[in-house]
Structure formats: structure tokens, C-alpha cells
Design a protein around this ligand. Structure first.
Ligand SMILES: Nc1nc2c(c(=O)[nH]1)N[C@H]1C(S)=C(S)[C@@H](COP(=O)(O)O)O[C@H]1N2
Ligand SMILES: [Mo]
Length: 203
């Protein structure tokens, strides 16, 4: 226990020195489980991933088709607005930009509302979803995602607070306007940059 406390503090000092600890955050070596509602069940027969809205051709990928997409790997830090940060997470999955491009983004598209099981949503600008580190992840640190961490698929948006890293993700709704998601409707910041401590909305 004492050892773990020292190890955690040591990591926190190191991350702070490297400029990787946003202000108001504490490092964790564990991986907390945080979500609203219950853990959904996965049925590979009926599961799909849809891209629709302001796109050239709305698409629907089955679980098999999603897994036929080229795989990629990323390593990134994870910052929850409740003030814990988990460092050097290794993710395997498919680039979000790859899936968006399959549907063909229309010129007037500006934002995306990310949809998950049970009606959970999160919004972000389209250009943020197109970044290289943004991945639809199937694996974490070499292991298949566990049910409570988002199995079978979760979005990872490392540069925004983790409520945007949608677990049990099922689709991207491409939009011209910015539509607030679940937490954004409940007082969280519309963008959520941890480096600017954009935790809550100003009004
Ligand atoms: N579908 C869904 N995704 C979600 C949430 C949720 O309630 N539902 N919570 C978010 C929040 S606030 C955080 S901090 C991270 C936590 O991910 P973890 O449980 O894998 O640590 O998931 C995010 N993704
Ligand atoms: Mo969070």
C-alpha cells in the first residue's frame, strides 16, 4: 500500500516534469471504471456501427466488417474530469478518420455527435475526430476491452476530457451544427480541453 502510494507519487512527479499532467489532475496507476447507467450486453449478430447525417453515403458496418478494417495502434494519456489521469495507455483499433472517410464527409460538415448504447452521446468538432490519435479501440494494453471499459468498441479522444471517449460506441452522426451530448447538456463544457481546464460550461 505504502509502496503503491510512493510509486503513484513518483509517476505524478515525472508526468508533471514532462508537462503531461494537466493542472488539477492526479495520476492513477489503477484504471477506474466510470459511466452513467449499466454495462450493455454485446450481440455480434445484431451489433452495427453507423455513420450518417452530413455524409455522401451513410454506412452501416457489422462487427465482422469493422474488424476487416486496417488496424492501428496508439499510445496516449487519459484525463477524466473527476481529476484522475492514466498515462501511456496502449490502444489497438481502427482510426476514426478511416471510418468517417468510408462514408464521405460533405463539405458543410463541422461537428459529430457520437452515439453509444443506451442513448449516451458526446459531441465534438469534426476536425478533432479526424486527428491521428483518435481511435475506435478494441484492445487496451494488448487485451480485449473488458465489458466495463467499453467492449466491444470504444472511442478514444486523448486530447479531450475522457467523457468524450465514448464506451460501447455505435455510431457517428455528422452534423453542420454543434449539438450538445449527454454530459454537455448536464453542465459539462461543450469542448472539454483538459489543458485549459474546460470542465464545466460557464452558464
Ligand atoms: N457510453 C458511455 N461512455 C462513457 C461514459 C458513459 O457514461 N457512457 N463515461 C465517460 C467518462 S465520464 C469517463 S471518465 C470514461 C471512463 O472510462 P473507463 O471507465 O474505461 O475508465 O468513459 C467515458 N465514456
Ligand atoms: Mo469522466
Amino acid at each position: 500500500m505504502l509502496f503503491e502510494g510512493n510509486e503513484r507519487k513518483e509517476l505524478e512527479r515525472k508526468m508533471k516534469a514532462e508537462g503531461r499532467l494537466p493542472s488539477g489532475q492526479a495520476a492513477t496507476l489503477k484504471w477506474p471504471v466510470l459511466h452513467y447507467g449499466s454495462v450493455p450486453r454485446f450481440d455480434p449478430q445484431t451489433w452495427d456501427f453507423r455513420v450518417y447525417g452530413t455524409v455522401e453515403r451513410p454506412i452501416r458496418l457489422t462487427w465482422t466488417e469493422l474488424n476487416q478494417q486496417p488496424k492501428c495502434q496508439t499510445t496516449s494519456d487519459f484525463h477524466c474530469v473527476t481529476r484522475w489521469s492514466r498515462f501511456d495507455n496502449h490502444w489497438t483499433g481502427v482510426l476514426a478518420s478511416r471510418i468517417l472517410k468510408l462514408a464521405g464527409i460533405k463539405l458543410e460538415a463541422r461537428f459529430v455527435l457520437v452515439h453509444a448504447e443506451q442513448g449516451y452521446t458526446a459531441n465534438l468538432p469534426l476536425e478533432d475526430l479526424l486527428r491521428g490519435g483518435v481511435i475506435l479501440a478494441t484492445h487496451h494494453d494488448g487485451q480485449t476491452l473488458s465489458a466495463e471499459h467499453g467492449y466491444p468498441l470504444r472511442l478514444i479522444v486523448p486530447h479531450l476530457y475522457a467523457w468524450k471517449s465514448v464506451k460501447w460506441v455505435r455510431g457517428f452522426e455528422v452534423l453542420e451544427k454543434n449539438v450538445p451530448g449527454f454530459w454537455e447538456q448536464n453542465g459539462y463544457h461543450i469542448y472539454g480541453d483538459p489543458w485549459k481546464e474546460q470542465r464545466f460550461s460557464d452558464y
